[in-house]
Each structure stands twice: as structure tokens, then as C-alpha cells.
Design a protein around this ligand. Structure first.
Ligand SMILES: [Mg+2]
Length: 211
């Protein structure tokens, strides 16, 4: 392994549980839509989910909460975001892993979540990270290879000196590998894939006790 300088983490599904996103996208937004259109919640969910599907996760708008509040005519998004903050949680091993890795590496977040949401999602673990990069807010792009190169430039390191971990095979693993970053696929369901991890404790053991 090249001398690793930077360990990069995806946010949602990697350090932050899906609880907040579930509450915002699958409960609160459909409930607001139901109230506005005088529908029952099941009907509203069907319509809103169909709208999500029309956009899909390959387009920037998918990730943009303000876009969705405009598109669905739901008014300001901040009260809805505030109402979901109680659903934010980190996976249980996260704090221990970050405090251990931070002794030896610079840690960063590389996420497609907008910066204004990341600030809420990271909460008390944000101080572990030297930088928090949002592909949407800082680069107006998805987590594509150019985003990863941009991060390396900002951090002043070569891609070979970066490890990235995340739960999207495409956006975390394939796209970072294209520029020469070593990436690990986090599959918390425990599936067995090449270079896959089932939790971040495995990454810690790999990096702190290299064979
Ligand atoms: Mg993720």
C-alpha cells in the first residue's frame, strides 16, 4: 500500500445511518404533500416516490432538497429539516474508529449530500474531519472521477495516497478507483465482494495494523 495520507468517508450509509433521510424523504415530504393536496398519505407517497423516480440518482437535482421543495410546491424546507433532526444517528463504531484513525491520518468527508444538510448530519463528529467536501455544494456535480481528483488537489495529495470508503458501488468505489484512489465498498449487510467491508471497524484494523 502507498503511504496513506488521507482517509475519505462517504457520509450517508457510511458514517450516518439512513434514519434522517428516511424521515425527510420518505415520511416528512410525502406528509407535507398530502396536506397540501388533501390526499391521504399513501396516495401522496405514491405520487412523490414516482416524482423521485423520474429524476433518479444520476441527476444533481435528486440530492437537492431545495429543488424538491420547489418542485412539489411545499414552501420553505428548513422547518421540515428541523423536524427530522431527531432521526440523525451515527453507526455505533464510528466515533471509536474516527478517533483512532485521526491519530495517524487526515480524515475527510466526500459526500453528495448538500453542505447545509451535512452540517446537521455530522453533528458532533464533524471535528474529526480536516475537510468536508460536498460534490453538490462545492463542485455542482455528482461524485464522479473529476470530483475525486478535485479533492486530491485540495488536500495536496496524489490519488495513491488516499483511501476512500462508502456504500455506493458506483459513486464511492468505481468512480474513485478511476482516478487511482484505493476504495473499499461498505456493505453493512455483510455481502462478500471484492475489497468489501461490513463495518468501519474492519477499515480501522486494516489501516492501523497493516500486514
Ligand atoms: Mg452513501
Amino acid at each position: 500500500m502507498d503511504a496513506v495520507q488521507v482517509v475519505s468517508f462517504d457520509a450517508e450509509g457510511t458514517v450516518v445511518t439512513p434514519g434522517f433521510s428516511q424521515a425527510l424523504w420518505h415520511e416528512t415530504i410525502p406528509a407535507l404533500f398530502a396536506r397540501k393536496r388533501r390526499l391521504d398519505v399513501a396516495e401522496a407517497k405514491a405520487i412523490v416516490y414516482a416524482e423521485y423516480d423520474k429524476v433518479g440518482d444520476q441527476r444533481l437535482e435528486w440530492y437537492d432538497v431545495e429543488y424538491w421543495f420547489r418542485r412539489l410546491e411545499l414552501g420553505p424546507c428548513q422547518p421540515a429539516i428541523q423536524s427530522c433532526l431527531d432521526s440523525i444517528a451515527h453507526y455505533p463504531e464510528v466515533t471509536g474508529v474516527l478517533s483512532s484513525l485521526a491519530r495517524q491520518y487526515r480524515l475527510i468527508i466526500a459526500s453528495s449530500t448538500p453542505r447545509e444538510l451535512l452540517h446537521f448530519l455530522l453533528q458532533d463528529i464533524e471535528p474529526y474531519f480536516a475537510r468536508v467536501f460536498s460534490s453538490i455544494s462545492h463542485y455542482r456535480q455528482l461524485k464522479n472521477p473529476e470530483f475525486y481528483l478535485g479533492i486530491c488537489r485540495e488536500m495536496g495529495v496524489d490519488p495513491g495516497e488516499v483511501i476512500h470508503v462508502g456504500d455506493s458501488w458506483q459513486f464511492d468505489c468505481l468512480n474513485s478507483r478511476q482516478v487511482g484512489i484505493r476504495s473499499f465498498y461498505l456493505d453493512r449487510s455483510g455481502g462478500n465482494h471484492e475489497e468489501s467491508l461490513s463495518d468501519l471497524g474492519q477499515l480501522e484494523r486494516l489501516l492501523m495494523n497493516p500486514e
